[in-house]
Design a protein around this ligand. Structure first.
Ligand code: PLP
Length: 317
C-alpha cells in the first residue's frame, strides 16, 4: 500500500481482519481447554503451570485440572495468597524452574489479578503460552474489556453466566496462527451451540451484577470482622460472577448449609481443593478454601433479596 492509499478512509469497515476475534464452540469451558491443548500437541512431555487454587467436587470434577489429566500432561502449581492473588515471586520462580509449555491464569470470580499483565509478559518472555481462564470472567472481558486479550487463548463458560444448560467457547488471540485455528475447526470436541449469548442484553446483565456486588459491599460493612469481603472495591470493568467473602465468625460450612436451607443460593469456590494441592505445601490456599463463601450477584436476584440474605447472615454469625 502506498502512502496516498494508506491515508484514505473507506466509507465503511470492510477489512475482515481488523479486530477480528473468532470463537469456537464447545460443550463447556473444560472441553474448550482440552481441545486447545490437543491442537497444540501438548503431551506427557509437556508441563502445564496452574494456580494453587483449583477445586473439585464429586458431581462436577475439576473444570481446570481434569482436562490436563485427560491430556496426560505434567503439571506444577504456583502459589496464591490468602486474598487470592498470584504470589508473583513464586510464579516467577516456578516458571523459570518448571519450564512449562503453558501457564493457566484464572480470573477468579471475574476479578483479573492486579499483576496479571506482568504475569503474561513474564511467561511470553520465556516463550510460554498463556491461557486466560475466563469461566468466571465473561462479562469482565466482553463488557468490561479488562481481560482476555493478552493471553494466547481464552476460555469461557456460558452456562455459568447465562441461563443455558451447557456451552463453552475458545478464542485464539494470536490470529496469526491460522494452522492452529484450522486444527481447532477439525476438533472432535467442537459442537454447535443451541443457545446464543446475543439473545441477552449482556450490558444490562453486567450492570445488574455490578450493582448487586456494590450493594453487598455496603450491606456487609456492619459484619466486618466476622464476614469480610475478599475484594474491598469493584474496579472499573470488573463484573463479578459471584461475590466472595471470608467467613471467620462461624464455621463456613454451617453458614453455607443454613443460608441454602433458608433459600439463599450461596456456593463455596472452592470448598475442596484437588488432592494434588497439598495443605503442607500450600497452606494459604487451604486457609482460603476453608473460609470462602460466594454470595450471589446474578441478574435474577429480586429487589430486596440481598438485604434479606445479609439480615440472615447477620443473625447466623
Ligand atoms: C475457574 C474455572 N475454570 C473452568 C471451569 C470449567 O467450566 P465448565 O463447567 O464450563 O467446563 C470451572 C468450573 O468448573 C472453573 O471454576
Amino acid at each position: 500500500m502506498n502512502l496516498a492509499m494508506a491515508n484514505q478512509i473507506t466509507k465503511g469497515a470492510n477489512d475482515v481482519c481488523t479486530l477480528r476475534r473468532t470463537h469456537t464452540c464447545f460443550p463447556n469451558a473444560r472441553t474448550a481447554f482440552k481441545a486447545w491443548m490437543y491442537a497444540l500437541g501438548i503431551s506427557s512431555l509437556d508441563t502445564v503451570l496452574l494456580p494453587a487454587y483449583v477445586g473439585t467436587s464429586p458431581k462436577e470434577g475439576s473444570g481446570v485440572f481434569d482436562p490436563i489429566v485427560e491430556i496426560g500432561a505434567r503439571f506444577q502449581f504456583y502459589r496464591m495468597t490468602t486474598d487470592l492473588r498470584i504470589d508473583i515471586e513464586d510464579y516467577r520462580r516456578v516458571l523459570a524452574n518448571a519450564r512449562p509449555r503453558l501457564v493457566v491464569l484464572i480470573h477468579y470470580f471475574g476479578y483479573p489479578d492486579p499483576q496479571y499483565l506482568d504475569a503474561v509478559q513474564t511467561a511470553h518472555e520465556q516463550n510460554v503460552l498463556v491461557l486466560e481462564d475466563e469461566a468466571h470472567a465473561l462479562y469482565s472481558d466482553w463488557i468490561g474489556g479488562i481481560c482476555g486479550r493478552v493471553g494466547d487463548a481464552t476460555i469461557f463458560s456460558l452456562h455459568k453466566m447465562l441461563p443455558f444448560p451447557s456451552g463453552g467457547l475458545l478464542s485464539l488471540n494470536n490470529q496469526s496462527s491460522t494452522s492452529l485455528f484450522e486444527k481447532l475447526q477439525q476438533s472432535p470436541f467442537k459442537c454447535d451451540l443451541s443457545y446464543s449469548p446475543l439473545d441477552y442484553d449482556l450490558f444490562a446483565i453486567a450492570d445488574a451484577r455490578r450493582r448487586n456486588a456494590l450493594a453487598l459491599l455496603e450491606l456487609i460493612q456492619p459484619l466486618r470482622g466476622k464476614i469480610d469481603p475478599l475484594h474491598t472495591s469493584l474496579p472499573i470493568g470488573v463484573v463479578p460472577q459471584t461475590w466472595p467473602v471470608i467467613v471467620t465468625g462461624r464455621s463456613r460450612d454451617e453458614l453455607y448449609f443454613e443460608l441454602n436451607k433458608r433459600g439463599f443460593g450461596v456456593v463455596s469456590l472452592y470448598h475442596t481443593l484437588i488432592d494434588e494441592i497439598r495443605p503442607e505445601q500450600y497452606p494459604d490456599a487451604h486457609w482460603l478454601s476453608r473460609r470462602i463463601l460466594n454470595l450471589p450477584v446474578h441478574q435474577d436476584i429480586p429487589t430486596g433479596a440481598l438485604e434479606a440474605m445479609v439480615e440472615e447472615l447477620a443473625q447466623l454469625v
